[in-house]
Design a protein around this ligand. Structure first.
Ligand SMILES: *Cc1c(COP(=O)(O)O)cnc(C)c1O
Length: 380
């Protein structure tokens, strides 16, 4: 029986052609013609004044906290239901991630619990747009403005999602997106920092180039480049940007494919929701999402684990990310314990992500749906 993987990255158009051209061009490192094209395309599409490609979303987040000058015990408010990269980027600057619980419906940071987490050390609020679904940015920006705090959107999987007409990642001062093979639009490993406040443009260029003014040198503005700031090697290789350009040119095609996959799951699983056996993702009218993933919420951990294991026996791989960070070994090491964030704890025990990738064909999706129905209906 054919296995249905959880994720399977693929090509959508001219990847091989652009890769070959990039290989023949004699320019393999960053800041080449393909990087420029990707950055311009994203700036146009997202209406973002400056986009820099980075080697991952993780490194884009590391750049963010350098640019925000987070240091020595500065606190950053973020959801506990998150990917470790965001918390690491804070810790690496000497900052302190302060976790907050999530909303039951969007699985994003609960904006009503942000204010109680603010202290005199708070410097930044860092929402994540889980599953490409927007956090409540209007409220978050209002809280930040009133308290003089900075905001970064971890929009890793949210490229092409919108909130009240604006693309996610472009609403706060800075945003970060990912092109890792697990996201909608990919180049293996890659990411970008979205700079919405242009006061960060110049420093971002230095930080991204090992703290040097090498970009200025390439533009002929100075003779030799020098070490002028802290930084690291955050640039994406142009060879990967060549692959990425082919994906960026087909964002609409990819989004349409994913919409179809998402809607198939919705239509064919809503009967189970009506029976009270699962609940499906909930979206909001003002949000236009990018269909990053499809998940089911089972009634409890046991039902979730049984379903996951039985699907696995049938060759279908489903996944349960994330675990709440406050329950992880590292979260416990920095002082968190079970019981602190009940919504995230409960959701993460019941959530199951179904196979979802651009090349997922309807025949395979049908098999996933049939298996889920067989497993759940047989038991009741
Ligand atoms: C995937 C993901 C990341 C990490 O992205 P990379 O490009 O793999 O570094 C960070 N944050 C969130 C919310 C993610 O989903």
């Amino acid at each position: 029986m054919k296995k249905i993987p959880f994720n399977l990255p693929g090509m959508i158009g001219r990847e091989a052609e652009y890769l070959k051209q990039a290989c023949l061009s004699g320019h393999f490192a960053g800041n080449g013609q393909y990087s420029k094209k990707c950055e311009e395309l994203l700036e146009d599409k997202l209406k973002c004044q400056k986009v820099f490609l980075t080697s991952s979303c993780t490194t884009a987040l590391e750049m963010v906290f350098i640019l925000f000058d987070v240091k020595d015990g500065d606190e950053v408010i973020m959801p506990t239901y998150a990917f470790p990269s965001l918390a690491n980027a804070i810790l690496l600057r000497g900052g302190k991630p302060v976790f907050v619980d999530i909303r039951q419906d969007t699985l994003n940071i609960d904006e009503n619990k942000i204010e109680e987490a603010i202290t005199s050390r708070t410097k930044v609020i860092a929402p994540i747009h889980y599953a490409g679904v927007p956090s409540e940015m209007e409220r978050i920006m209002k809280i930040a403005k009133a308290r003089n705090l900075l905001v970064i959107e971890d929009a890793a999987g949210a490229l092409d999602s919108r909130y009240k007409g604006r693309f996610l990642g472009t609403i706060a001062e800075l945003g970060a997106i990912s092109f890792n093979e697990t996201k909608n639009y990919v180049c293996g490993e890659g990411g970008a920092i979205l700079i919405n406040d242009k006061k960060y443009n110049e420093r971002a260029e230095l930080v991204r180039e090992k703290g040097t003014n090498r970009a200025k040198c390439f533009r002929g503005e100075i003779e030799n480049y020098e070490w002028v700031d802290v930084g690291s090697s955050f640039v994406l290789a142009d060879i990967l940007a060549a692959f990425l350009l082919a994906q960026m040119e087909e964002i609409d095609v990819i989004s349409a494919k994913r919409k179809k996959i998402f809607e198939y799951y919705c239509q064919n699983l809503k009967g189970l929701e009506e029976k009270g056996m699962v609940s499906l993702p909930h979206f909001f009218p003002e949000a236009l999402v990018n269909y990053h993933m499809f998940y089911l919420l089972l009634n409890n951990r046991q039902e979730r684990d049984v379903l996951r294991n039985k699907l696995k026996e049938a060759g279908i791989m489903a996944a349960c990310h994330y675990g709440p960070l406050h329950l992880s070994p590292m979260g416990r090491k920095i002082g968190y314990t079970r019981g602190m964030f009940p919504v995230a704890e409960n959701i993460s025990e019941r959530l199951l992500r179904l196979p979802f990738y651009n090349g997922l064909v309807e025949r395979d999706q049908e098999r996933v749906v049939e298996q889920i129905k067989n497993i759940l209906l047989k038991r009741s």
